[in-house]
Design a binder for this molecule. Structure first.
Ligand code: RIB
Ligand code: CA
Length: 313
């Protein structure tokens, strides 16, 4: 049964790879649309990058919507130091010839959730959760209609990446994340604990480059650019690969292990703002609100990613 998804994203090189992986898997995933959110770079650049990725994949038919251009409460924090000034530095992708839709991305999310059967839509959230938080605040009734939210965000054993305790997507908009995690919607979390296992080593990047197609070359150039910050920071052989974990989970969930736990978001203390307080050992008695992916098979993940990228132009 094909899974109908909407991708909410702040592309970003790793978001772009996740989008390509989804588009390369048409037998399992039907991408209904893409909603951009301010995050890695300001909104307008994320919209443009989403359009570029669709043209790279030969899929100008997928609609792109601009969502929120700033978090619900806090000022926007961006990550040009990782993703470059364009947000998609690395490959030289042409200016997009396709245009975004005119409807606001939050209204698109609400309309799509309301017009699809309950449970039919999966939301794949690859950036700050501002659009989803706003949609749930504007139309709380959609919570019981969303099939599942599969999101990249947070961390527990790995701590944080933008502060010692907070992961970027959650840190940028902790208030939106708090709305999402309290919404009652079924949630799967792909945290840093997982993505830090999925290291884009030189051998894995070369395998992708050796595909010889446009997508493989672009992914090689994207990740070769965005990895440099993490390689310096972590001193590992390969940089973590975050957002494609979300799509890989949809395609081959057996690659991953996790458990149902409670995750509560820090929205008060500046010291721990955006921390995903993950009750992994069940010490609080708080209701389980997500399936938290703790680990995964990195070789299997890259086998899947490489094999699917081969199917693109
Ligand atoms: O912390 C990693 C997350 O922040 C990824 O989604 C990356 O694209 C950035 O948005
Ligand atoms: Ca992202």
């Amino acid at each position: 049964m094909k899974r109908k998804i909407i991708i909410d994203t702040d592309p970003g090189q790793d978001d772009a790879v996740a989008i390509l992986l989804a588009l390369a898997s048409p037998d399992e995933i039907d991408v209904q649309g893409i909603v951009a959110v301010a995050g890695n770079v300001p909104l307008a650049l994320n919209v443009k990058n989403a359009l570029r990725v669709l043209e790279l994949a030969g899929r100008p038919d997928v609609p792109v919507y601009a969502g929120c251009e700033r978090p619900l409460r806090r000022r926007l924090v961006t990550a040009e130091h990782v993703h470059g000034d364009t947000g998609l530095d690395g490959p030289d992708l042409p200016e997009p010839s396709i245009r975004p839709q005119t409807q606001h991305g939050v209204d698109y999310l609400i309309d799509m959730i309301k017009t699809h059967a309950p449970g039919e839509l999966t939301i794949c959230a690859l950036g700050p959760l501002t659009n989803l938080g706003m949609a749930l605040a504007k139309a709380p009734e959609i919570a019981k209609r969303i099939g599942e939210i599969v999101l990249m965000g947070g961390g527990y054993f790995e701590g944080g990446n933008i502060t010692p305790v907070a992961e970027f997507n959650i840190y940028v908009d902790p208030d939106a994340a708090d709305i999402v995690f309290r919404s009652g919607v079924p949630i799967v979390v792909a945290p840093l604990d997982l993505s830090h296992m999925m290291q884009a080593t030189p051998a894995r990047l070369q395998r992708i480059r050796s595909l010889g197609n446009r997508a493989g070359q672009a992914v090689f150039e994207m990740l070769s650019f965005s990895e440099r910050f993490d390689l310096k920071k972590y001193g590992t052989e390969g940089a973590p690969l975050h957002d494609p974990c979300v799509i890989a989970y949809l395609l081959q969930p057996n690659l991953f292990e996790g458990r149902r736990i409670n995750v509560t978001i820090e929205t008060g203390s500046e010291l721990t703002m955006g921390m995903t307080v993950a009750d992994y050992w069940g010490v609080t008695g708080r209701a389980h609100n997500c399936f938290f992916l703790r680990s995964g098979d990195a070789e299997g993940f890259y086998d899947l990613l490489t094999a699917r990228l081969a199917k693109l132009p």
